[in-house]
Ligand binder design. Structure first.
Ligand SMILES: *Cc1c(COP(=O)(O)O)cnc(C)c1O
Length: 468
């Protein structure tokens, strides 16, 4: 959660409320708005409270025009009904809600099958609040396996985790919170993600694992997981070091199985110990669900698993949270049941079609250079062409916001900090129609942008609040 400060002087405004709202208050009528930074002294009628909160939220952006997020912004009404029916269910109450627990178990089994676990019955997994929690759990399992194997040297030796510099911020968090050294392979030239050879070279006897990303948050490209495993196989032959791989499939683990069946990236590779995905990204569920799976119980040290008996039963759990909403897990199961493989394939294919076609047409405008084309994740990154000097991607981001479009612009990490891009994340619900409207707005803007004397968005941070 954002780390917020307590009440600030300038925020303490005294506002009058719409007299209509006051009228609704049976006790004398309300003329002054309630305080917003301390609890009001007395209750107010629910209709008034609703209206006040509702009105304030009108200033949020429109989630369907949010091309910054990977997270689902549309589900079918039936899924919404199911979620409403389950909003009182706590996922941890497995003994009280055995059917919800069973749906979670089935989802894990379906994912083990989808990701080609050699023995699906041996695979273990759990739901999480999202990929961030799933990555923390996977990282903890890697670290604990390493400490078990290096008990004679730990705690003297400092564990490290190898990854591309393009990792999502959750891996920086993992390394920070769990005191693991992050060894990051920089970008180089036109390579915007991990290089397998460079990754293997960073490994030593204190490496707990290597992270491969399917696909990269920065540009939507798939990292070469099979090549990464091959490079680590070669390393093992040379040095005896046996280093496991975790695949961060936050987005791609729900895209590649349907659209890129020939791509070998999952448990078919013996070195892949664990995989995570965000159910709320291309798993097509509203925010609040992720998944972590381990190839077998050897990959997930038993000592990390907790059994609590005070809710009745003794279902084993692996999680950072205790309480957590059950509705998203139910919605994930609904989607699996509702769409099946064919349905997921059709949905993801149409999203990829929208991404590729929009990327091509943006390239056709002449002012832009594509870094990726939306043919891996349905996501593409684009920068301004070399001849464009009047404006930059931050100007485009800021001006597109005038039409309601939320498209982030940001600079790349080391060693390509010189590169600034716009990133467009296509999701189910961003249709060909909406993509046409997006292109119309961009096309209409270009003559004005080209007339600028120079790029105008001085405060780059203001163009977007996006970082990862
Ligand atoms: C989004 C993302 C995460 C974090 O996932 P949440 O579900 O938002 O917690 C981690 N890794 C990658 C590659 C991502 O794209």
């Amino acid at each position: 959660m954002a780390l917020h400060k307590g009440p600030q002087k300038h925020q303490e405004r005294v506002l009058s409320v719409n007299p209509f709202f006051g009228e609704a208050n049976p006790v004398g009528g309300m003329t002054e708005a309630p305080p917003t930074h301390r609890l009001p002294d007395a209750p107010m009628p629910p209709t008034t409270a609703y209206q006040l909160v509702h009105d304030e939220l009108m200033l949020d952006g429109n989630s369907r025009l949010n091309l910054a997020t990977f997270v689902s912004t549309w589900m079918e009404p039936q899924a919404g009904v199911l979620m409403a029916e389950c909003r009182d269910k706590n996922m941890i109450d497995k003994d009280e809600y055995p059917r919800t627990a069973e749906l979670e178990r089935r989802c894990v089994a379906m994912l083990a099958d989808l990701w080609n676990a050699p023995d699906p019955a041996a695979a273990v997994g759990c739901s999480t609040t999202g990929s961030s929690e799933a990555c923390m759990l996977a990282g903890m399992a890697l670290k604990r396996r390493w400490t078990q194997h290096n008990a004679d040297r730990y705690p003297g030796a400092r564990p490290n985790l190898v990854m591309g510099i393009n990792v999502q911020v959750c891996w920086d968090k993992f390394c920070n919170f769990w005191e693991v050294e992050a060894r990051q392979v920089p970008m180089e030239g036109d390579r915007y993600h991990l290089d397998p050879r460079a990754a293997a070279e960073l490994c030593d006897e204190n490496t707990i694992g290597v992270i491969g990303i399917l696909g990269s948050t920065f540009d939507g490209s798939y990292e070469p997981i099979a090549d990464l495993c091959a490079a680590l196989d070669a390393l093992q032959e040379r040095t005896g070091l046996d280093i496991p791989v975790h695949v961060d499939g936050a987005s791609g683990a729900m895209v590649a199985p349907f659209l890129d069946e020939d791509l070998v990236w999952d448990f078919r590779l013996p070195r892949v110990a664990s995989i995570n995905t965000s159910g709320h990204k291309y798993g097509l569920v509203y925010p609040g669900v992720g998944w972590a799976l381990w190839r077998d119980s050897e990959a997930l040290p038993e000592e990390l698993v907790f059994r609590v008996n005070y809710l009745g039963g003794d279902m084993p759990t692996f999680a950072l949270n205790f309480s957590r909403p059950g509705a998203q897990v139910v919605a994930q199961y609904y989607n699996f049941l509702r769409l099946g493989r064919e349905g997921y394939r059709a949905v993801q294919q149409s999203t990829r079609d929208v991404a590729r076609s929009l990327a091509d047409r943006i390239e056709g405008l002449g002012d832009f250079r594509l870094l990726t084309r939306g043919d891996e994740l349905p996501v593409f990154a684009v920068t301004t062409a070399d001849h464009v000097t009047a404006y930059d991607v931050f100007d485009v981001s800021r001006r597109m916001r005038e039409s309601g479009w939320l498209v982030p612009a940001y600079t790349f990490p080391a060693d390509r900090e010189d590169l600034s891009v716009l990133r467009v994340v296509c999701r189910n619900g961003f249709s060909h129609d909406l993509a046409d409207l997006f292109l119309d707005d961009l096309t209409r803007l270009l003559p004005e942008l080209r007339r600028q004397p120079h790029p105008l968005t001085r405060d780059k941070g203001a163009a977007t609040s996006f970082h990862h």
